[in-house]
Write a new protein. Structure first.
Length: 317
């Protein structure tokens, strides 16, 4: 159809340019954006939403949203904003649910729904027609953490260069991105604290800096780790945890941790299980949920409630 129209209108590109100029002029006159019935999702993302999102949101959130957009276009294609409705959402749900969980499907639809809400707020769309799309029913899974025996097995087999990082995960409850970007300037072994802060990009999921107290094991581990780093690289790397070449650790960390799990005979765990282990062990040691919320950097106590049954069990005992 587009090729046919192009043949009928050889100056279509010129017409589009003039239309864009008209919209821009109208916006300037009215001091606000205007509804464009031909505006597509991809165009809105590229020219308006993504430039704003890149500045307003954390790097990890931006990446997750970008993945959701790519999957959306792959499964249902590009449409005009006004044509994205419950039926399009249902099509996406059906196709996406074949390869992932209901939770992931709901997240992806929610991302696109959020974009349409933003388009309405910015005066680019009259209403969000995707809003009524029903969420898929999610099967809530209990977070996977490691038992005492599994912790001992993991520490025994993990690569020496990752041992310090694993110990920090287990005893401080850092997220993967937070540990990867942790710098020596954030470490105060005298005060026995780690500061999880921003370094150029937002690294904390809740977008708040926090100070984490560390125990004797972490202090000893980081002192030994720093000594080893200085001996190996002469000049201490900026990041606390680096590769054998002294460069920041990237996605190969996930592969290496999974390899350590396999070697230790641990099933059903991933790198986030180390953070869950900190949360579970803290509750079972008597830490109350509001305190744990602050320690783990949760934006809402609702997230921390996944450990509530452990808290009740501890109180009962």
């Amino acid at each position: 159809m587009s090729a046919f129209v192009a043949r009928l209108h050889p100056r279509m590109q010129e017409a589009k340019r003039l239309h864009a100029e008209w919209v821009s002029e109208l916006e300037a006159q009215r001091g606000q954006r205007v509804i464009d019935p031909t505006l597509t999702l991809r165009a809105f993302l590229d020219h308006e939403y993504l430039p704003w999102s890149r500045e307003a949101k954390g790097a990890s959130t931006f990446k997750r949203e970008d993945l959701a957009f790519r999957v959306w276009f792959e499964l249902v294609g590009d449409q005009r904003l006004a044509c994205i409705d419950e039926w399009v959402g249902a099509r996406f749900q059906t196709a996406r649910h074949k390869t992932c969980t209901a939770r992931t499907v709901n997240h992806d639809v929610g991302v696109v729904c959020q974009v349409l809400n933003r388009a309405v707020d910015w005066g680019r769309l009259d209403r969000n027609r995707l809003k009524g799309c029903r969420k898929l029913r999610e099967v809530k899974k209990e977070p996977r953490w490691l038992s005492v025996d599994e912790i001992a097995a993991l520490v025994t087999v993990v690569q020496k260069r990752l041992l310090a990082m694993v110990i920090v995960f287990l005893n401080c409850g850092l997220r993967r991105e937070e540990a990867q970007r942790l710098e020596w300037s954030d470490v105060d072994l005298t005060a026995r604290t780690l500061t999880v802060r921003h370094h150029g990009e937002v690294t904390t999921k809740s977008r708040k800096e926090r100070i984490v107290d560390v125990n004797d094991l972490v202090v000893r581990t980081l002192r030994d780790h720093r000594r080893a780093m200085r001996a190996k690289f002469r000049k201490l790397p900026r990041q606390v945890f680096v590769t054998l070449r002294g460069t920041p650790i990237r996605n190969n960390l996930l592969r290496d941790i999974q390899a350590a799990y396999a070697k230790a005979g641990i099933e059903g765990a991933n790198i986030h299980s180390l953070r869950h282990t900190f949360g579970a062990q803290s509750v079972m040691a008597g830490v109350d949920l509001p305190t744990l919320k602050e320690l783990m950097g949760h934006a809402s106590i609702t997230t921390t409630m996944i450990y509530a049954h452990l808290d009740r069990k501890h109180r009962a005992e």
